[in-house]
Design a protein around this ligand. Structure first.
Ligand SMILES: NC(=O)c1ccc[n+]([C@@H]2O[C@H](COP(=O)([O-])OP(=O)(O)OC[C@H]3O[C@@H](n4cnc5c(N)ncnc54)[C@H](OP(=O)(O)O)[C@@H]3O)[C@@H](O)[C@H]2O)c1
Length: 258
């Protein structure tokens, strides 16, 4: 594996934090840019000697101009960013829970969920293109969800979350076609982490079968292995043939039907 820099967007996500820690421990990883709407509370009080100073934290409110500023800043470092995780996602908050029936539909919830799950990741995909044009195999994992699969939808409900992830999947695949022309070495991955023990899944963990509630650490390591496997394939075949197809993959590297 050659040396690389990583970029983690939505860095407060529990899975993102686990990934950042794994990047920190990876000798090939020269640095991690961690972007979040706010700095973690423990910054400044952290005295864990095992942590490195590889992590560069940047605050971004995810509006277009701020994303453009951050991308300019990243470009000015002139480093090879070849692993990107876009982790943003919203399912519920203090004022909303996923819709169970049509009567629960309301514009505010649809807009808030689409904004966090679809608009924000897409703005990043759009603005990142110029800094992902390097010669090295690069993977961008955008956090989707199996419930965003239209063909796999058996049980309905969760209207805004499902639809926002389905729309995200379309945007990722659409971007893959253009990335293949303009930033040829980038593999886009719509990633389903599986049900993972984080605040996002907390209210819904009771029905999860035993052994199927994953730790963030496990999921992060699965994802980083999947990303590495794309890089290995390109080394083994001496070509980076992405051909404009995004991958929709679960935590076990299994393809999900769109
Ligand atoms: N946990 C699961 O079981 C599960 C299952 C399937 C898919 N996923 C997906 O995996 C991803 C990571 O989830 P997680 O479980 O690690 O969740 P989490 O710990 O609750 O993290 C939430 C993430 O969403 C971002 N976020 C929250 N509200 C936002 C808003 N209004 N606008 C923009 N960004 C917002 C946060 O970014 P900041 O750092 O900027 O605050 C953070 O990256 C999400 O996309 C989620 O949909 C999770």
């Amino acid at each position: 594996m050659s040396s690389f820099y990583a970029l983690v967007i939505g860095a407060s996500s529990t899975i993102a934090q686990a990934a950042i820690q794994q990047f920190e421990k990876n000798q090939d990883c020269l640095g991690v840019f961690a972007i979040s709407r706010s700095l973690p509370a423990e910054i400044g009080q952290e005295n864990d000697q095992s942590r490195t100073n590889k992590v560069h934290r940047l605050v971004c409110d995810n509006v277009e101009s701020s994303i453009a500023d951050i991308c300019q800043q990243l470009a000015s470092y002139s480093v090879n960013i070849t692993k990107v995780l876009i982790c943003n996602g919203l399912l519920h908050n203090e004022t909303m829970m996923p819709e169970k029936k049509l009567e629960d539909i309301n514009a505010a919830q649809l807009e808030a969920v689409f904004h966090a799950n679809t608009v924000v990741p897409m703005l990043w995909l759009s603005k990142l293109l110029p800094i992902l044009k390097g010669k090295k195999a690069t993977q961008v994992a955008v956090f989707s969800a199996r419930v965003g699969s239209i063909s796999d939808n058996q049980s309905g409900g969760w209207y805004s979350y499902r639809a926002s992830k389905a729309a995200l999947n379309m945007l990722v695949q659409n971007s893959a076609i253009e990335y293949a022309r303009r930033a040829k070495n980038v593999q886009l991955i719509a990633f389903h982490p599986g049900t993972t023990d984080t605040p996002l899944s907390k209210p819904f963990q009771r029905g999860v079968p035993e052994g199927k509630l994953f730790t963030a650490d496990f999921v992060a390591s699965q994802l980083l292995n999947i990303m590495d496997s794309f890089e290995m394939t390109s080394v083994e075949t001496n070509s980076i043939e992405i051909k404009g197809k995004a991958a929709f993959l679960d935590w076990n590297n299994q393809a999900i039907d769109w």
